[in-house]
Design a protein around this ligand. Structure first.
Ligand code: IPE
Ligand code: IPE
Ligand code: MG
Length: 261
């Protein structure tokens, strides 16, 4: 059972710093194209932004950082770009995992791993096991991930767990089987690269997340850009369906949970 409540029921604890930040790292190809370089050069440079964003997140006290690295639709790209991305994933993970472990980072991958090479699956499993007791930052990489896949696999598990159930299922029963059941729902979503869409990222979990879109291309994303996103988040009033007056009258702690989801 997840220790975190659903935003459709209770108001999560609000602090100045978002507890969970989820990022669509977009714009690598355009960054490279602007410099007359091959698209894949943008992916390589994007790894540096990942490293900087992890460090800045730890620095700012963010507890969960979730990065969309490869969508279930990205297999549609040219085969050589897909293969470059896979190799980059392997190389970066091999290079960084010891340092991540030393820095107290817990590493996880969410997504349908069945399409990956067995060597990559092994590397992911080893990295997850190595860092399993770390608590400083929970870093999740979404790879071959799709929000629809996630909901579908949760429902399939639910049906397996309760064969023949007649009375239907609850939101919590689905949420507990989603691949991010270990984490609170994202407080802040960031998409770089200028597109204003979710592209099949965490569909269920983003229901009440604050959205921040920036034109900055992922390889140019840095700690200042993260601070801009956090500053924008801090100006938001998260109401979760309630009225502004309800929130200001008693403070979020005094508001009773919704009678039903
Ligand atoms: C994001 O950058 C990285 C992945 C999707 C793997 P893109 O490769 O989508 O870059 P643009 O959007 O073409 O610029
Ligand atoms: C979203 O970026 C997926 C990742 C960043 C991994 P895309 O570049 O694939 O998204 P679309 O195709 O523009 O929606
Ligand atoms: Mg893109």
């Amino acid at each position: 059972m997840s220790p975190f409540s659903s935003s459709t029921r209770e108001i999560p604890a609000v602090s100045g710093v978002p507890r969970h930040v989820a990022i669509i790292m977009d714009g690598n190809g355009r960054w490279a194209k602007q410099r007359l370089m091959p698209r894949v050069a943008g992916h390589s440079r994007g790894v540096e932004s990942v490293r900087n964003t992890i460090a800045a997140s730890i620095d700012r006290g963010i507890q969960f950082l979730t990065l969309f690295a490869f969508s279930s639709e990205n297999w549609r790209r040219p085969a050589d770009e897909v293969s470059f991305l896979m190799q980059l994933f392997v190389r970066s993970l091999r290079k960084e995992i010891a340092r991540m472990h030393a820095n107290g980072i817990r590493f996880r991958v969410i997504g349908d791993l069945s399409r990956f090479d067995s060597s990559l699956i092994e590397l992911i499993t080893e990295s997850e096991e190595l860092t399993a007791n770390n608590q400083r930052l929970q870093l999740t990489v979404a790879a071959n991930y799709g929000g629809r896949w996630d909901i579908l696999q949760a429902v399939e598990r639910l049906v397996q767990d309760f064969p023949g159930r007649q009375e239907g299922f609850t939101e919590d029963e689905v949420a507990q089987r989603l691949s991010m059941a270990f984490a609170p729902e994202p407080d802040l979503f960031i998409r770089t690269g200028g597109e204003k869409r979710i592209s099949n990222f965490l569909l269920w979990q983003l229901a009440y997340t604050e959205l921040h879109f920036t034109d900055i291309l992922w390889p140019d994303f840095d700690s200042n850009a993260l601070d801009t996103a956090i500053a924008s988040y801090r100006l938001r009033e998260r109401r979760f369906g309630r009225t502004s007056e309800q929130l200001t009258a008693v403070g979020s702690a005094g508001i009773p949970p919704a009678p039903h989801a």
